[in-house]
Design a binder for this molecule. Structure first.
Ligand code: AMP
Ligand code: MG
Length: 325
């Protein structure tokens, strides 16, 4: 579906479903339409390889062979798992791609409001440990040490895909684009009117598309993880899709969302998920180390951000008093 709007008649935008979300890519040069299709094909290919749901994906094959044998996988998937494990290490396991048994147990977007028993949670927690991922570099093989263990790249694959779209555009002469893979945003160049891209930051308590503020984004990535994306509420508690690997339950702190701004979307994707688990106190030193920027939004809609965001992030009117740092 290609939409051409009146006020920016050069715009070419394509929306498509992949990676468990709605994706939207916008360019401004109609002659480059084939490049846009090439980028979309690449995202679909990444989804086919890295989905935890598709039975023929590399990830499903690794998971089926857990505790048994190495599974030879495509170099793309091997690369993303390798990179993901670096983030698991860097965050002391707050980010852990072997989280799948807990994701399945909670089934946040699947069955709604079931809360698993403590026994079930503890059983699944024991299976979560990224240190049990074994690599065989020569054959591009990966294996999980114990039966029942399973990988889930839901916290990082969109970032990899967004970086890949950007690479394809750069290599094929597209300078201006907005790449939005389910909230993993990469901006390239400028908008059609020559101004900088303004990226809205969702008000986590309001319907999708209502922003708390926005930031100007020049050739960077903006990625948000929020407890508003997939959740159910029971007895006043919000159970959402980001899970603390230690407790085995959806993270419970005062955060509603974490947004990372930097130059690499795979990094931003892994970091936002990790920051949600770590919270600001442990998260800010990590962000500083990675030379990235962050915006945290809390339950009372107060906002905390890193220094570099102060001049770039503007709260919408009515929200001005909410900044702290
Ligand atoms: P994101 O929206 O990028 O924060 O990713 C959330 C997704 O990552 C979830 O839907 C799970 O598939 C997966 N996930 C949940 N908790 C974790 C965690 N602690 N570490 C790594 N991945 C996680
Ligand atoms: Mg993420």
């Amino acid at each position: 579906m290609i939409k051409i709007k009146n006020n920016t008649d050069k715009m070419l935008e394509k929306s498509f479903q992949a990676l468990g979300t709605v994706n939207r890519i916008r360019i401004f040069d109609h002659r480059k339409e084939p490049v846009l299709y090439k980028a979309i094909a690449r995202v679909l290919e990444i989804d086919d390889r890295m989905s935890a749901f598709k039975p023929d994906s590399d990830i499903s094959k690794i998971n089926r062979n857990a505790g048994q044998r190495f599974q030879k996988i495509h170099p793309d998937t091997y690369r993303v798992i390798r990179r993901a494990v670096e983030f698991c290490d860097m965050t002391d396991g707050a980010f852990d791609i072997t989280i799948r048994p807990l994701v399945e147990l909670w089934g946040i977007n699947r069955k709604g409001s079931e809360i698993p028993s403590d026994f079930e949670i503890q059983k699944a927690v024991k299976l979560v440990n990224y240190k049990n991922i074994r690599f065989h570099k020569i054959s591009s093989g990966v294996m999980l040490e114990h039966p029942g263990q399973a990988i889930d790249l839901g916290g990082i694959a969109k970032g990899f895909a967004a970086d890949e779209v950007q690479r394809i555009f750069s290599e094929n002469g597209i300078q201006n684009a907005l790449i939005d893979l389910g909230g993993n945003i990469v901006t390239m160049g400028k908008r059609a009117d020559g101004l900088l891209w303004q990226i809205g930051i969702q008000n986590p308590l309001a319907p999708t598309g209502q922003f708390l503020g926005s930031l100007s984004a020049e050739n960077c990535t903006v990625v948000t993880s929020g407890s508003n994306e997939q959740f159910f509420i029971k007895d006043g508690i919000r159970y959402h899709h980001i899970i603390n690997p230690q407790s085995g339950s959806p993270v419970r702190n005062s955060l509603l969302s974490a947004t990372v701004v930097c130059h690499n979307s795979i990094e931003a994707d892994a970091l936002t998920t990790a920051l949600f688990v770590l919270g600001p106190r442990q998260g800010i030193p990590l962000i500083e180390k990675m030379k990235a920027e962050v915006i945290f939004i809390f339950e009372d809609l107060s906002v905390m951000m890193s220094k570099g965001m102060k001049d770039r992030f503007k709260l919408n009117s009515g929200n001005e008093k909410q900044i702290s740092s």
